[in-house]
Design a protein around this ligand. Structure first.
Ligand code: ADP
Ligand code: MG
Length: 704
């Protein structure tokens, strides 16, 4: 095997390896493997130990082992499924090999008296311990083949690719590594698990020594794995920081709120800002006065008052003669923001445009015109705001209310949008609007530090005064009647209530039907109450009417789908029933529950679950009962559901890490952050190379 290499391994196609033709290469492409370096970075998911033979008498179910013995009998058995059973014996015991697919030749080869070595997983079968479809070798008495001297890698399974082939590729790849073609990119002082170079780590992980700690490897905690995870996390971080640098290299217009406008606004609010709100706004204000675009994330618990902070930022844009755009993730929330902003800013003479996907025809054209000629200083809407036909006159600030649904890529698309507007606008190119991102519920710290590394972070860590913590109980739905009585009692005391219906599937239609059925049922049982219904299928006008009626108290009980998760603010509502809460994630439950506890009355949230609950379900309801603290709930959510779900990026494959795990490797993040800054400052060329290694092509954040 003498492959000549002139190029580095990332530039060497897999077809350079022996036995890789076009067809095979195409299968590998499906796994994202194009170069020899990709082969090396395609790591095993687990290992089996083929370095020693286990006595048959010592076998345990579920273990992956090697045995050696003599065939005592081979028979076809006609049970539920026809199978070939082959009894193998050594001097400690016997075990049965079972084949459901076999050829006549195979049957003949497995002849009584023949010596055999088998690899496979032991399980309990109908004849005692069995191995299904083992890999095996028939042994010639004279020279039993050597055993492996390293652990055997098991790679992520893919159709048409056998483990043997994957091992052979890795083997060839490892043999090709030299210090030139697989460069060490981490400066020594930055590598936390020194002692392992990149090449060492890859060798170890493809072919661990016989005594390697399998438990550590299985948990992803081995120093070699941590070495790679660190490099990968560092690279993602670098990519985001680079992006930040790029954005900040653009100029922007500094924004400031004229003093009088600021005063007027604060006076019209009807409340004073909390210290936390003031503090966070100071941070924003200081960003806005700079000639580089602000890139800031504001986190705060449900009800901590993020909207008013956004309004202040918008006021700075408007007061400086620029436009501000506020983007919400859902129609209802956009609607809510429009209401808030109209209440607050219309009296100050500020015109607000409104744009959602549902707005069509003349109405849409009128809004588009107001946005384009600048007569609307503020624009509120959904992601429809950033469709191609929307032309801003002079966009100075983008506020994104995230609800965990816009990811990095979308944020980037928006920045580009702002830039494009400016670039094509009369005032010349090369500018980015300021950007403020708000999350609906807190994000665990380590996640925020990695997924939002391009943003500065502010936290509103205080609720407005006068809120009473919501008391939460979990009740099985066989006590539904009791809860209905409770609703009756609450409403007879002039309090209002929500009844939230949830569905397993995300279907507007089914969800609306379920909510309608529940509303009808409750109306029968509670004839004296005025019951309203709101769901995502209603027209905007209808939603508005229902919400208005609930706000004024005309409606006692509002039956709703999870559309009210956000954007509903009725302080007199003090009871919320959530049906099948086990179907929802913690962040969503917390967000829902945040709709009550907004007034001074004691508030309750009833989690009306369907038993039996999974362990995970039990855990989730327990944490909801225990705490109202969104930051604690976020940490628990991360623990129970993993980072992809918590960030809401699983579907979009947003952060696709190959080796690192944002949760398991959270302890690396502080180091990663520090190292990333250092590296970018001292060795920008290494940053480039790392990014090319780990984030080739489209995955790169900057390339949106
Ligand atoms: P969230 O942070 O969940 O987006 P909102 O911005 O919707 O919260 O605020 C929740 C409610 O609290 C709104 O009715 C808002 O007007 C009110 N609010 C915000 N700040 C204060 C404050 N400092 N004092 C009293 N009420 C406030
Ligand atoms: Mg909000």
């Amino acid at each position: 095997m003498a492959i000549k290499l002139s190029k580095s391994l990332d530039k060497t196609p897999v077809t350079a390896l022996h036995g890789v033709g076009q067809a095979f290469a195409e299968k590998l492409h499906k796994l994202g493997i194009r170069s020899v370096q990709d082969v090396l970075f395609h790591l095993p998911i687990r290992y089996t130990d083929r370095t020693r033979i286990t006595p048959i008498g010592a076998l345990q179910p579920f273990s992956d082992i090697v045995i050696e013995g003599e065939i005592r009998a081979t028979d076809i058995v006609f049970g539920k499924r026809r199978s070939l059973m082959c009894k193998v014996q050594d001097n400690t015991g016997t075990i049965t090999l079972r084949f459901f697919h076999f050829s006549a030749a195979q049957r003949n080869n497995l002849a009584t008296g023949q010596r055999i070595r088998c690899y496979g997983e032991v399980r309990r079968g109908s004849s005692g311990l069995e191995i299904y479809h083992p890999e095996y070798q028939l042994l010639k008495e004279a020279q039993p083949p050597a055993l492996e001297n390293s652990l055997t890698a098991i790679y992520p399974a893919t159709e048409g690719l056998t483990q043997q082939r994957m091992r052979s590729l890795a083997n060839q790849g490892l043999a090709l590594i030299t210090s030139h073609n697989l460069q060490e990119l981490l400066p020594e002082q930055l590598a936390p698990q020194s002692g392992f170079s990149l090449a060492d780590a890859l060798r170890y992980l493809h072919q661990p020594p016989a005594n390697a700690p399998l438990d550590k490897l299985a948990a992803g905690e081995h120093p070699t794995q941590q070495r790679l995870a660190f490099e990968e996390l560092l690279t993602h971080h670098l990519s985001l920081l680079q992006l930040r640098q790029r954005v900040q290299s653009f100029g922007t217009t500094p924004l400031a709120i004229p003093r009088q406008l600021h005063q007027q606004f604060l006076q019209s609010l009807g409340f004073t800002l909390t210290n936390a709100q003031q503090q966070v706004f100071e941070e924003i204000r200081s960003d806005l006065t700079k000639p580089q675009p602000m890139l800031r994330l504001v986190q705060g618990d449900v009800g901590s008052g993020k909207t008013v902070v956004a309004a202040l930022a918008a006021l700075a844009a408007v007061g400086s003669g620029k436009q501000a755009a506020i983007m919400a993730p859902t129609e209802i929330l956009a609607e809510q923001h429009r209401n808030s902003f109209e209440n607050w800013l219309k009296p100050l003479g500020i015109r607000i445009a409104w744009l959602t996907g549902k707005l069509k025809g003349k109405g849409r054209e009128a809004q588009l015109a107001a946005i384009a000629d600048g007569s609307a200083a503020l624009v509120v809407g959904t992601h429809a705001l950033f469709q191609d036909d929307v032309q801003f006159h002079d966009l100075g600030l983008i506020v994104i209310d995230e609800q965990h649904r816009f990811g990095v890529h979308q944020r980037l698309a928006l920045r580009e949008k702002g830039q494009r507007e400016k670039g094509s606008g009369e005032k010349g190119g090369g500018q980015h609007p300021h950007q403020l991102v708000m999350t609906a519920t807190p994000i665990p710290r380590t996640l925020a530090m990695s997924a939002y590394a391009d943003l500065d972070c502010s936290v509103i860590d205080e609720l407005p005064p006068g809120r009473t913590p919501v008391e939460t109980v979990a009740i099985a739905n066989n006590r539904r009647q009791q809860i209905i009585d409770r609703v009756r009692k609450g409403c007879s005391e002039k309090r209002q209530a929500y009844w939230v219906c949830t569905l397993v599937e995300e279907s507007d239609v089914l969800e609306a039907q379920a909510a309608k059925a529940t509303a009808d049922e409750l109306q029968l049982l509670l004839p004296e109450l005025s019951i309203g219904l709101i769901h995502g299928r209603l027209k905007a006008k209808e939603k508005e009417q229902v919400m208005a009626a609930f706000k004024t108290g005309e409606i006692d009980l509002l039956v709703a789908t999870t559309v009210i998760e956000v954007g509903v603010d009725v302080p007199n509502a003090s009871l919320m029933v959530i049906e099948n809460p086990e179907r929802l994630g913690l962040a969503q439950l917390h967000q829902l529950r945040g709709r009550v506890g907004r007034g001074s009355a004691a508030s309750y949230c009833v989690l009306l679950y369907s038993p039996p609950l999974s362990n995970n379900g039990v855990e989730r309801l327990k944490i909801m009962r225990e705490t109202n603290d969104g930051f604690r709930i976020a940490e628990k959510d991360l623990q129970l559901r993993g980072p992809g779900e918590v960030l809401g990026t699983r579907q979009t494959g947003e952060i696709s890490l190959r080796i690192a795990d944002l949760q398991r490797d959270a302890h690396l993040i502080t180091d990663v952050r520090r190292s990333a800054q250092q590296l970018l400052a001292q060795h920008p060329e290494l940053a480039e190379q790392l990014i090319a290694r780990w984030l080739p092509g489209a995955e790169r954040y900057g390339s949106v």
